[in-house]
Design a binder for this molecule. Structure first.
Ligand SMILES: [Zn+2]
Ligand SMILES: [Zn+2]
Length: 396
């Protein structure tokens, strides 16, 4: 099949929001698969060599690598499903699948860490169970250090490219794996040098590292699930950016939260109370766009427009809507013939009252001299209603 438009963007594959989302998925997949292959090779090598060379610490490190393999699968699953576009049942998209996967990942690591630590501690209290490792264990641990450090740099490159917390967590995990293998080297070398407890102690340290990584991942993911706000410093920057938009007089109720690699915000901005609805909307849209353009991770902002400060109490709650207001006004205006010609009635809901702007064509008056009289009559009749505040009559 010939491609007649080689430069034309291809349609995104089914299930992807766009081409970029698909590429993000593909590269996350690639990075994770490479990490998994390395983990599988290292995990098997460390456990086999740990058994042959009698190093409990190296076995612990190997179990660590295999548990990473298991969690890599969760990451892959999350990468496959978390990118998906919003649908009717999931109006905010599917990014929190990644977050839930991270909770599972963290919990699994805590369990593995406790298991290994328990076993090593048991041997410490039963010294005849302590092992006497050999040089081979050090060689394998050294290979592990080098390859995990390489994986750290490789994964971090893509974590930065896609602002993926998941990949970032994976990258840091790889570096911790390298440190974990350094601890193994120290433990094995120490035991070989005549300190028999050192290998088991190294095993406990490695186990504690595994559990701590798990705790960190699970904790942050749970924070996201319960909608923890962004860091204070970031919130302050967002606040200032909003206030810098022309037309924003003040703001309140700024709320932020995270979803996968994205940040979301909603905010009330106070604008000049009598500008038009369209101007208020335009200011709100400008706030939205400015925040999304200024802050990399900001994916969406909901802006609520306030004509006055309603943070403590909504001052106009309970006031009637236009249809009912006009009904009551027409009743009050019954004795004023000019009122039948009103072209437009603007209602301003401010300070707990409805303020009126009435637009009357001059031809509605039998005599332009009567303007003042008619104005006074309209004001007096309107103010007879308790919910009506100021009244202004314009002639044109
Ligand atoms: Zn809008
Ligand atoms: Zn408000």
């Amino acid at each position: 099949m010939a491609h007649h438009h080689p430069h034309h963007a291809e349609a995104p594959p089914e299930g992807f929001a766009d081409q970029a989302a698909h590429q993000r998925y593909r590269e996350t997949f690639k990075v994770t698969v490479i990490g998994s292959v390395v983990d599988l090779a290292l995990g098997v090598a460390k456990i086999v060599v740990g058994l042959i060379a009698h190093s409990q610490a190296l076995i612990a490190d190997g179990v660590h690598s295999l548990s990473d393999l298991g969690t890599d699968f969760i990451v892959l699953y999350a990468a496959k499903h978390a990118h998906r576009e919003a649908d009717a049942a999931h109006p905010y998209g599917h990014r929190r699948i990644e977050t839930v996967a991270t909770v599972i990942l963290g919990t699994a690591l805590i369990a593995v860490g406790i298991g290994i630590g328990w076993d090593a501690a048991y041997r410490l209290f039963n010294p005849d169970l302590l092992l006497q490792p050999t040089m081979l264990a050090i060689v394998v641990a050294a290979i592990s250090v080098v390859s995990k450090e390489a994986i750290y740099h490789y994964t971090m490159h893509y974590a930065k490219k896609y602002r993926s917390k998941m990949l970032r967590a994976n990258a840091w995990h790889s570096r911790t794996d390298a440190i974990s293998s350094v601890v193994v080297i120290i433990g094995v070398a120490g035991t070989m040098a005549g300190l028999p407890y050192l290998d088991a102690i190294a095993a406990i340290i490695v186990a504690a590292m595994v559990a701590k990584i798990g705790w960190g991942l699970a904790w942050h993911a749970v924070q996201e699930l319960i909608d923890t706000g962004l860091e204070q410093e970031q919130v302050d920057k967002i606040r200032q950016t909003i206030l810098d938009v022309d037309g924003v007089k003040s703001m309140h109720m700024l709320r932020t939260r995270r979803m996968g690699g994205d940040a979301l915000a909603d905010v009330h901005i106070q604008v000049s109370p009598r500008i038009s609805v369209s101007e208020g909307h335009h200011i709100g849209e400008t706030v939205r766009k400015t925040l999304i353009d200024t802050f990399d991770e900001m994916a969406d902002v909901t802006v609520h427009i306030d004509p006055e400060d309603d943070e403590a109490t909504p001052p106009c709650e309970g006031l009637p809507l236009r249809g009912e207001v006009l009904q009551r006004l027409r009743d009050s205006w019954a004795g004023i013939p000019a009122a039948a010609h009103l072209e437009n009635v603007s209602l301003h809901y401010l300070h707990g009252r409805i303020h009126l702007e009435l637009f009357l064509p001059l031809h509605a008056l039998d005599d332009p001299e009567h303007a003042q009289e008619t104005t006074r009559a309209l004001i007096a009749a309107s103010k007879g209603l308790p919910e009506i505040g100021e009244v202004v009559v314009h002639y044109r």
